[in-house]
Design a protein around this ligand. Structure first.
Ligand code: B12
Length: 215
């Protein structure tokens, strides 16, 4: 099994969509837990790519190829993750999930969405580059419990605060829990901007929502 994870990781680093597709299918055929395939295979690979990019050892087109390969793998494994928790009629809560204004990174958001779906939440994915007003409008429309905002850039983190400010300005702050996440964010930043929750990974985000909504 670890060989398959190592293969997925390397195929992401190489940006090799064909191998990612083949190994993702193989994971399903061999009944390997799709969450493990994502966390121990795909994510490990894109993390290495991020480090190589930062060190100047790979360039933007390489990162884009790896991101495309990531999409291929997630396209196969995410529906399997969603199926994991599909107990009939379960609805633990509703979450509106998106990437903030100015930011198009969506891999982490999509994984977070898949994990929430698997855990029995109804996920409304509003996409990327989403303004505060759009997050809030969707949350009102569907009667969401949680607004989840992802930001991967230090320059777009402030847009997570914009959502909280927007809610306050419109006297809506107590209607929704606001969760934030993404590479440059932290618990300290979440506390600073008054977010209700922060999580380093998608499974921690689900555990946090479970604890908070159970109260
Ligand atoms: C892939 C990638 C891209 C792809 C994105 C493809 C896509 N469809 O998403 C492409 C090539 C397009 C890209 C573009 C850019 N990128 Co980029 N990118 C990355 C890279 C390598 C990986 C990101 C990723 O997918 N990680 C894997 C996922 C699974 O992790 P994650 O997103 O953190 O999500 C997990 C948790 O954070 C959490 N989570 C995520 N969201 C949420 C939300 C909630 C509510 C919760 C609770 C939890 C949660 O759960 C997830 C799963 O466990 C990172 C490097 C890195 N170290 O992150 C750089 C990085 C984020 N990019 C960076 C930069 C600079 C850019 C560009 C500005 C480059 C440029 N000059 O054009 C553009 C920005 C475009 C824009 N306006 O958004 C920098 C940001 C530096 C900074 N601190 O600001 C990084 C850190 C690279 C680096 N080391 O310099 N990028």
């Amino acid at each position: 099994m670890s060989e398959l994870f190592a293969g997925l990781k390397q195929a992401i680093i190489d940006g090799d969509e064909d191998i990612v597709e083949e190994l993702s299918q193989k994971a399903i055929e061999e009944s390997i837990n799709p969450v493990d395939a994502v966390q121990q295979g795909l994510i490990k690979g894109i993390e290495v790519v991020g480090e190589l990019w930062k060190a100047g050892e790979v360039f933007l087109p390489d990162v884009m190829m790896s991101a495309e390969a990531m999409k291929v793998g997630l396209g196969i494994l995410e529906p399997e993750i969603a199926k994991l928790g599909m107990s009939e009629g379960e609805n633990k809560g509703k979450i509106v999930l998106g990437t903030v204004e100015g930011d198009i990174h969506d891999i982490g958001k999509n994984i977070t969405g898949a994990m929430f779906t698997a855990a029995g939440y109804k996920v409304f994915d509003v996409g990327t580059d989403i303004k505060a007003a759009e997050f809030v409008a969707k949350a009102q429309e569907v009667g969401a419990d949680i607004i989840g905002a992802s930001a991967l850039l230090t320059t777009t983190m402030s847009a997570q605060k914009d959502i909280i400010d927007y809610l306050k300005e419109h006297n809506l702050r107590d209607q929704f829990k606001v969760f934030i996440g993404g590479g440059p964010t932290s618990q300290a930043y979440a506390d600073e901007i008054g977010a209700d929750g922060w999580a380093e990974s998608a499974d921690e985000a689900v555990a946090l929502a479970d604890r908070m909504l159970a109260k």
